[in-house]
Design a protein around this ligand. Structure first.
Ligand code: SF4
Ligand code: SF4
Length: 153
């Protein structure tokens, strides 16, 4: 793996192994990009949605303002990933500072793995262990290739 590939993957895989690249908040991620495309494709649909409530006799179009509020939120993106910023989702995450302190890129490279320092709940802890065991087994690059197109959620 070249240094560039390594950096590309590390931008997207957090030290815990979760896939920041598929997080809704990740700047330039699929959800971010598709939301911006959808915003652009919809253009001035709001004016039509209002009329369609009566024209098409379908109240679903009355939900359009709420829908765009959420779409605007997704289109904001803006997170540079776990290695650059504080995670907006896991305020109690202990992994990021810990991995930095221990100078490991991923938890499976740490002598203490699996540990009780993550701050994760039981469900996330199980995922953390499974992801890191898999990365240890097949390597980071192959792991990333296997999961890069899968949804995070
Ligand atoms: S650091 Fe947190 S908020 Fe940012 S992309 Fe990763 S999981 Fe999402
Ligand atoms: S001690 Fe735990 S959280 Fe910290 S780097 Fe090692 S495995 Fe990850």
């Amino acid at each position: 793996m070249t240094d560039n590939q390594n950096e590309f993957i590390k931008e997207r895989l957090a030290p815990c192994g979760l896939h920041c690249g598929k997080c809704f908040a990740f700047a330039g991620g699929r959800i971010h990009e598709l939301s911006r495309e959808l915003q652009a494709a919809l253009g001035n649909f709001g004016a039509y949605a209002e009329r369609f409530v009566t024209l098409l006799n379908d109240p679903v179009y009355a939900s359009y303002p709420e829908f765009t509020k959420f779409l605007d939120h997704l289109a904001e993106g803006g997170c540079g990933g776990c290695r650059r910023e504080e995670c907006r989702l896991f305020a109690s995450c202990g992994v990021r500072p810990c991995a930095r302190e221990r100078n490991v890129d991923f938890c499976f490279q740490c002598a203490e793995f699996p540990c009780d320092r993550t701050g994760f709940d039981e469900n996330l802890r199980r995922r953390h262990v499974a992801i890191n065991e898999r990365m240890r087994e097949i390597g980071v690059e192959r792991y990333y290739e296997a999961i890069r197109d899968l949804p995070r959620y």
